[in-house]
Structures are given as C-alpha cells and as structure tokens.
Design a protein around this ligand. Structure first.
Ligand code: ADP
Ligand code: F6P
Length: 472
C-alpha cells in the first residue's frame, strides 16, 4: 500500500534522555500514551520519527531505534517553557480536558507555539520523500499540517489527536481558535479518538470558519478534508505474550508476597496529572477505609504515579496534594509493615509494569477526562488467565469500547465507592465473563488494526481532492 517510508511527526521521540542512578547518561522509553501506541507499530518498518528528545539546547544525534530513523527537533529553554509547558500543557491540555483546571492564555506562549510548529514542519518537509506520507500527532503540533502543506503540497498529510477535542463552548475560549482549526485542516485526514470529537470539530469548522462541514468531510478551498473516529489501541498480542512469560508470572507472585499476601490488590497506574482523577480516587478509598468497608489487612492499594510536566505549577500543586493525601491515609489507617497505600512515583520497565497488572485483582482507572487511556487496555491484555476486574471512568475514551468494565462517574464520590466495592466483591463468574468480552474486543482491535484503518482512510482521502462535500 505504502510506497515511500512513513514520516511520523510527534512532540516526543520514543526515547527520552535520562540519568541512571549511577549518574551515567542513558536512553529510556518515555512514559505516555502516544509513545506506547506508536512504538510497537513502527518498529522494524522503514519509517522516520521526527520529534523532540526531551532536553533543551541543540538537538542530539540519535541512532536508529528498532530500525526507525530518529530525527530530532531541538527546543530551547524558552521554547520548552512557552511552547511545551505553556501553550501545549497549560493552555490546550486543560482546555481540551473539560477545563478541569483553568487554562491560561498568554500571547508569548502562542508565539512560541507557532515558532516550534514551524520548526517541526520544516523538519518533516526535509524528511519526507516526494509524494510521501506524513502523519502528524497530537495537540502540540496542530499547526503543522497547514504549515507543511504550504512547504510541500506534494505530500499526503494525516493528523491524529490523541486527546479529547472539546465542545464548541470550551474551544471558543481560545484567543487563536481560527488559526488552530485552519492548521489542522491542512491535513487530508483528521483522526479523533471518538465520534463526538469529530462532531465538535465539524461544528467549529462551520461556526468559526464558515466552511461546509459534516461529521465526515469538510470542504476547504479546493480540497476535501476527511474527519472521523479512530480509537487508538495497543499491541494486544505483544502485551499478552509479555504477561505470559514465566519470569513475569514469577515476579507477580513475589510482588503479592511482598504486599503481604492480601486478599485483594487494587492497582492504579497514571502519569501524575490532574486529569487522571487521583485525588478523587484516594478520597473515595479513604472513606471506604474509614467506614470499615475496606480493611488494610485484607486489601492493599498500589498507586503508581510517575511525575509528569513537573515544572508546570498545576502539576506541582497536584503532586504535593497527592503525596500529602497518601501520607495522611497511611498515617491514619496503616500499620507497621502494612501501609494502606503503596505509593510509587517511579518509571518502570514494561516487564515490571506488566507484573503489577498481573498482581492486581482490581485495576482502578478513573480519569476525570481522558482521550483514550491505554493503561486500561494494557491491563485487560495482561490478564492472560482471564481474571481481574476493571473499574473504568465513563469519561475515558476506552469506556466506549470496554463496555463490560465496572463503569463509574469519578466526579460522584459515592458512585466511585460503590463501583470500587462492586469490583472488589464481584463473583468470579461475573469477573471472568466481563474480562472475556473485553479481551475478545482487544484481540481484534489492536494497534495494527488501528494503523491499517487510519492509513487506508488516508490513502482514500487523496482521491477526493477537488471534490466538494455534499451539503448536510
Ligand atoms: P497518557 O497518554 O495520558 O499518559 P495513557 O494511559 O494512554 O495515558 O498512557 C500511559 C502510558 O504510559 C501507558 O502505556 C503506560 O504503560 C505508561 N506508563 C504509565 N506509568 C508508567 C510508569 N510509571 N512507568 C512506565 N510506563 C508508564
Ligand atoms: O496523549 C497524551 C500525551 O500528551 C501524549 O502526547 C504523551 O505521550 C503523553 O501524554 C505524555 O506527556 P508528555 O509528553 O508531556 O510527557
């Protein structure tokens, strides 16, 4: 289907520079949904990944990673502050997640966003072969499709948004809303996680730009831009194979022993982000401990929360509050050698994370809003013995697919408590039937199916050039 190597453009490269405990410099896989989705997909295919390597200053030269060419884009300290921490993660991120924290608007941040998007577009233009295919990812780079089309009209350009796309009432707040919409419309195909997001986008294209738009096609100048939902996935087979490895099963057994052989282990794995609902979940857990519905001797909660965007004020405040909450709950309800919550703010390698999934009787994934949430899918894929209960927020994109999870509204504290108790107390048949249905879904809807459906839609989108969409 594809003639020339694919060029993927994403804010982050799949590896991140970091300092090992012995002080040595090393590369490691960056935690986050985008890398988890794309890394297994591109491995061993002729592709170039254009992205940022995680530091500031000149771009380091990187070797190929699993056969994929790495092309680094540098960020200065100012770009990092104003583009990455600022416009991407303190304006767009909160706005796109239901404004659960207040988005900030600064003109200097917008200038940095434009400047950095231009740099990514130039790097992509240099990397792509004539008539090639470029796939731009996520909210950091919404202007790239338009900028790239101006530089290289010969290219087929795709854009995929990993995070939610908000309803018009929220998006209309953005001072530079028309420019952002126009930037995305430089693509031939714009993919979203959910149909509702495509609908929101079409409404905005009509309202803000006066374009003729349906939930599938938008007419822009002499082009037709296709839009649609393509829920992102994981490499289900790879995750299941890793979980089935004897050393992972052994590690899971040892972890259970180390946790004191409780009757039930509850696990949560999040980036430390205010969209993930960590505070609400801890509050619900505290109330269950206080009421005696959950007892420390029988049940343990393991909360993994890897620090993220840790210089952004809202993230610093969240981390302090979560750590205060964990300390308080352990102080009130823990016993010597038996903490109520095992709190781990470290990145783990895949095998350790999967061993944790295998040890968890209940996986609590309760974001306030999430584009997809791949942790929920990873947990299901890792439950190779068919056991395990998934407690899942209705506000995660994954809830549209994993309908057999114990679904909860994380804003409703009582509902959250009841959902957690239901998952803890469910009978084995109910748990197994739900897990079977979810595993079946993920076996067919994996990352390879996702890429195939997106890329074939992108191929088709080219053939529509010049035709205007039918009016709604
Ligand atoms: P987001 O994209 O918002 O980070 P997702 O749930 O979609 O949320 O993806 C998170 C990804 O990061 C998953 O693939 C998960 O396995 C990985 N991850 C989360 N926490 C850690 C951690 N402590 N160490 C390593 N990987 C992690
Ligand atoms: O899709 C959510 C996302 O922003 C991804 O782009 C990224 O992989 C992940 O969250 C982690 O965020 P960051 O790159 O800021 O560490």
């Amino acid at each position: 289907m594809r003639q020339s190597p694919l060029v993927v453009v994403a804010n982050r490269l799949p590896i991140d520079d970091s300092v090992a405990p012995d002080g040595a410099f090393e590369w490691r896989r960056s935690p986050g949904g985008l890398v988890s989705a794309l890394h297994p997909l591109l491995r061993h295919t002729p592709a170039t990944w254009v992205g940022w390597a995680g530091g500031t200053g000149p771009a380091p030269e990187l070797p190929d990673v699993d056969g994929v060419r790495m092309r680094t884009v540098p960020l200065s300290a100012e770009d990092f502050r104003d583009h990455y921490e600022g416009f991407a993660n303190a304006t767009l991120w909160p706005l796109y997640h239901d404004a659960v924290e207040q988005p900030e608007y600064h003109r200097r941040w917008w200038e940095a966003y434009q400047r950095v998007n231009q740099r990514f577009a130039e790097a992509a233009a240099e990397a792509a072969e004539p008539g090639g295919l470029v796939w731009v990812q996520d909210y950091h780079l919404q202007l790239v499709p338009g900028l790239l089309r101006a530089l290289r009209p010969d290219l087929r350009i795709g854009f995929f948004l990993h995070v939610p796309f908000p309803p018009p009432e929220l998006f209309m707040q953005l001072p530079r809303r028309s420019e952002l919409l126009r930037g995305m419309l430089g693509a031939d195909l714009i993919g979203f996680q959910r149909a509702q997001a495509a609908h929101n986008f079409a409404q905005l294209a009509a309202k803000v730009l006066g374009l003729s738009a349906t939930d599938r096609r938008i007419g822009v100048d002499d082009r037709v831009v296709r839009i649609g939902a393509f829920p992102v996935a994981i490499d289900t087979a790879e995750m299941s194979a890793l979980a089935a490895r004897p050393e992972v099963a052994d590690r899971a057994r040892r972890l259970r022993q180390d946790l004191g052989q409780p009757e039930k282990v509850i696990l949560s794995v999040d980036r430390m982000d205010y969209t993930k609902g960590i505070e609400q979940r801890l509050k619900a857990y505290r109330e269950l401990l206080a009421s005696g519905d959950v007892k420390v001797r029988d049940t343990v909660l393991v909360q993994v929360a890897v620090p993220s965007r840790d210089r952004v004020g809202q993230y610093q405040i969240l981390r302090d509050r979560v750590e205060h909450q964990v300390g308080r709950i352990n102080g009130e309800f823990g016993r010597v050698g038996e903490p109520a919550i095992h709190y781990l703010s470290q990145p783990f390698d895949r095998a350790e994370l999967v061993a944790l999934y295998r040890v968890a009787d209940v996986m609590a994934v309760t974001p306030l809003r999430d584009g997809m949430n791949l942790v929920a899918k990873e947990y299901v894929a890792a439950r190779v013995d068919g056991t395990g209960a998934l407690l899942l927020s209705e506000f995660a994109g994954a809830a549209a697919e994993l309908e057999q999870a114990y679904l909860v509204n994380p804003h409703d504290l009582d509902g959250l408590k009841q959902g957690l108790l239901a998952a803890l107390r469910a009978g084995p048949e109910d748990v197994a039937a739900r897990m079977r249905a979810m595993r079946e879904h993920l076996a067919h809807n994996d990352i390879h199916a996702w890429a195939a459906s997106y890329l074939s839609a992108l191929e088709e989108s080219g053939s529509l050039v010049g035709r205007r969409p039918a009016a709604r």
